[in-house]
Design a protein around this ligand. Structure first.
Ligand code: IDP
Ligand code: MG
Length: 160
């Protein structure tokens, strides 16, 4: 390892990012992946996936009591999603900023939801809200062997 990478590794986090069914249907997969790629995070997992109801319910278990929960489960299971794992220093909070507020009408222009969506119930993308949930969600959505450890050749140009 190069010394600068060893230092950076101490703060490395993993986040679970998912293009929701509306994002896939609207042809926004490439656009959304591109935002995280261009920022400089590392893609470590990627697949197109039809989410079963039980998995959607487990993923959103903290929202079970909400009135919109049944509609949310219907939405997430209504078509294929694109599951991603991204790695990087501070990636969890940074990805949430890139994604923007839950309500796309309140999301800042320049964010994914601010640029590409209008309704909370069709907000095109998910991002983990803490490093703990990042790890939990990646373990939930990916099987062993689907997360790849690799070293991008551009890394020394991203981390000094
Ligand atoms: P987040 O995705 O920005 O973290 P959460 O509060 O964790 O927002 O809610 C999870 C998802 O549930 C939202 O992204 C959205 O799809 C859906 N959701 C949240 N609040 C509402 C609502 O009031 N009506 C309909 N759907 C909602
Ligand atoms: Mg959330």
């Amino acid at each position: 390892f190069l010394p600068h990478l060893v230092a950076a590794l101490e703060n490395v986090e993993q986040t679970y990012i998912m293009v929701k069914p509306d994002g896939v249907q609207r042809g926004l997969v490439g656009e959304i992946i591109s935002r995280f790629e261009k920022k400089g995070f590392k893609l470590t997992g990627l697949k197109l996936f039809q989410c079963p109801r039980e998995l959607a319910e487990e993923h959103y278990k903290d929202l079970k009591a909400k009135s919109f929960f049944p509609k949310l489960i219907e939405y997430i299971t209504s078509g294929p999603v694109v599951c991603m794992a991204w790695e990087g220093v501070g990636v969890v909070a940074s990805a949430r900023k890139l994604i923007g507020s839950t309500n796309p009408l309140q999301a800042e222009p320049g964010t994914i939801r601010g640029d590409l969506a209008v309704q909370t119930g069709r907000n095109v993308v998910h991002g983990s809200d803490s490093p703990e949930n990042g790890n939990r969600e990646i373990a939930l959505w990916f099987k062993e062997g689907e997360i790849i450890q690799w070293t991008p050749t551009q890394e020394p140009w991203l981390i000094e």
